[in-house]
Design a protein around this ligand. Structure first.
Ligand code: CP
Ligand code: NVA
Length: 305
């Protein structure tokens, strides 16, 4: 049987995502009732971080523990990974000693090479190109608050980064629309998301117009990890792409605001939006834990009724 990986959002089918969300709801419910659930007893997750993290590390490590398994943290600073050992060799060795691997790294190509030489499932914990676990949590959070996402409209304001491209893949798979507004020179290159149906996404020069009538308004940092050298230039270019009360007023009155976090109040979002009544960012962050537990269960045990 070939090993299943989750390297980008479209690695799962729509039916599998629906299954994952049903399992997420069940696993979350048990967790809230302090009911033990240890389907991954004796299984080990290795987490490899080449970039910083709070939520991703915590949610995978706590999640694996809660499912009865163990998690091991490796980073490039104090392992051989940062000293030039080939990715292919690391994949061969690591995947002989554990059941599951999560990687946060730079180019998507690195995680693809690792997966190609891994005996066990590999999960993308963020690359320069994609952040699929984040969008699993975001879509699940939207559904919890507002019901089905099919046919809805998401407004993405700011940088066309890894989180934005993952929204585009999710829109294609789950049948909703994305309206993107970026500063000139930072527009979406649709090819990076893979095949998209006509009308799946629209680009807007004006961020307020992108938000008009949207069911969900979301943004992310102006400068993603790995792009720090561009920070000064980006601060100037993105100054008008701060999600503010005017943008939220343009959106549907029941629109929710999301941010994958960490956030910078006064940069990509105003404090009165992220700390305001439409913001669901804390539920969004918590749901990383629950969706990833469902994902690990699925990759290791397949479909559980
Ligand atoms: N949203 C997210 O992935 O957060 P961390 O960088 O803290 O893992
Ligand atoms: N786009 C951001 C997300 C951080 C969770 C980054 O890549 O740094």
């Amino acid at each position: 049987m070939s090993v299943r990986h989750f390297l980008q959002f479209r690695d799962l089918s729509r039916d599998e995502i629906d299954h994952l969300f049903r399992r997420t709801a069940a696993i979350k419910d048990r967790f809230k009732r302090y009911e033990a659930y240890h389907p991954l007893a004796d299984r080990t997750l290795v987490m490899i971080f080449e970039k910083a993290s709070t939520r991703t590390r915590l949610s995978f490590e706590a999640g694996m523990h809660q499912l009865g398994g163990a998690a091991i943290y490796l980073n490039t600073r104090d392992s051989q990974l940062g000293r030039g050992e080939p990715v292919e060799d690391a994949a061969q060795v690591i995947s002989r000693m554990c059941d599951l691997v999560m990687i946060r790294t730079f180019e998507q190509e690195i995680i693809e090479r690792f997966a190609a030489h891994s005996r066990v499932p590999v999960i993308n914990g963020l690359t320069n190109e994609f952040h699929p676990c984040q969008i699993l949590a975001d879509v699940f959070t939207f559904i919890e608050h507002r019901g089905p996402i099919a046919g809805r409209t998401v407004a993405w304001i700011g940088d066309s980064n890894n989180v934005c491209y993952t929204w585009l893949q999710a829109a294609e798979l789950l049948d909703f629309k994305v309206r993107v507004s970026t500063p000139p020179g930072y527009e979406v290159d649709a090819a990076k998301a893979g095949p998209l149906s006509p009308g799946r996404f629209e680009q807007f020069a004006d961020p307020v117009e992108a938000c008009r009538g949207a069911d969900l308004v979301t943004t992310d940092v102006w400068t993603s990890m790995g792009f720090e050298a561009e920070d000064g230039e980006r601060r100037k270019a993105f100054a008008d792409w701060r999600v503010d009360a005017e943008m939220m007023r343009a959106a549907d009155p029941r629109a929710v605001f999301m941010h994958c976090l960490p956030a910078h109040r006064g940069e990509e979002v105003d404090a009165d939006v992220i700390d305001g009544p439409q913001s669901v960012v804390w539920d969004e962050a918590e749901n990383r834990l629950h969706v990833q537990k469902a994902l690990m269960e699925f990759l290791l045990l397949g479909r559980i009724a």
